[in-house]
Design a protein around this ligand. Structure first.
Ligand SMILES: Cc1cc2nc3c(=O)[nH]c(=O)nc-3n(C[C@H](O)[C@H](O)[C@H](O)COP(=O)(O)O)c2cc1C
Length: 190
């Protein structure tokens, strides 16, 4: 069982980072091999809509996303974590998500190259916002959930947390527990 953590905040040691570490601890405790990728430390540009992946199943852009795409294919579960920036996901997370395009064909069905390698993967999300009303982060939840369901992946759900100052979430025991549990669930054997 492999669980991949994708950290979408540029603030290392911040709230998304802390919660993702908790989720990965949960996955590790459930017996999974875990790996964390900090998108901010990688070179990832957005999709160019060049359509070359529709034919080839590979992306024309040569950057760090090629390696991450392989890790996605190898993972049983992927947990994403990131903050709300202007009622949306961060630019780092958006560029990453756009590049999932490589897994789809021209009709937005899973590309034949990946037919047996993508379906059923478990996808989880941790969304942090400064707003006291955690539903402010719904746009991020919708993006990930719709992507997941559209591609026949398994949606594990979203942990939605309010936190503003760096590291503040470490004091929120309920959020820490929820993130840990998400990780544990992601690695549970059926
Ligand atoms: C550029 C920027 C835009 C933000 N926009 C919003 C927003 O639209 N709504 C909100 O509730 N919080 C917003 N925030 C606050 C962050 O979501 C909040 O500080 C969060 O805890 C950051 O998570 P991190 O520590 O994982 O980076 C914004 C913060 C920044 C830096």
């Amino acid at each position: 069982m492999k669980v991949l953590g994708i950290m979408g905040s540029p603030r290392l040691g911040g709230n998304s980072d802390i919660l993702l570490d908790q989720a990965l601890a949960g996955a590790r405790d459930a017996g999974a091999d875990v790996e964390k990728i900090v998108l901010y430390q990688r070179q990832i540009s957005g999709c160019l809509n060049c359509e070359s992946c529709n034919d080839t199943g590979t992306c024309a852009i040569q950057d760090d996303m090629a390696e991450i795409q392989q890790k996605i294919l190898e993972a049983d579960a992927i947990i994403h974590s990131g903050p709300l920036y202007y009622w949306a996901m961060t630019s780092q997370m958006k560029a990453y998500l756009e590049r999932w395009c490589v897994f789809c064909d021209a009709e937005w069905k899973v590309h034949k190259t990946y037919a047996n390698r993508i379906g059923g993967k478990r996808i989880g999300l941790i969304a942090v916002c400064g707003d006291l009303n955690v539903s402010a982060a719904e746009p991020i939840v919708r993006s990930f959930k719709n992507t997941c369901l559209d591609m026949g992946l398994t949606w594990l759900g979203a942990v939605q947390v309010s936190a503003a100052a760096k590291g503040e979430v470490a004091q929120n025991k309920a959020a820490i527990k929820e993130a840990y549990q998400l990780g544990k669930t992601s690695a549970a054997r059926n």
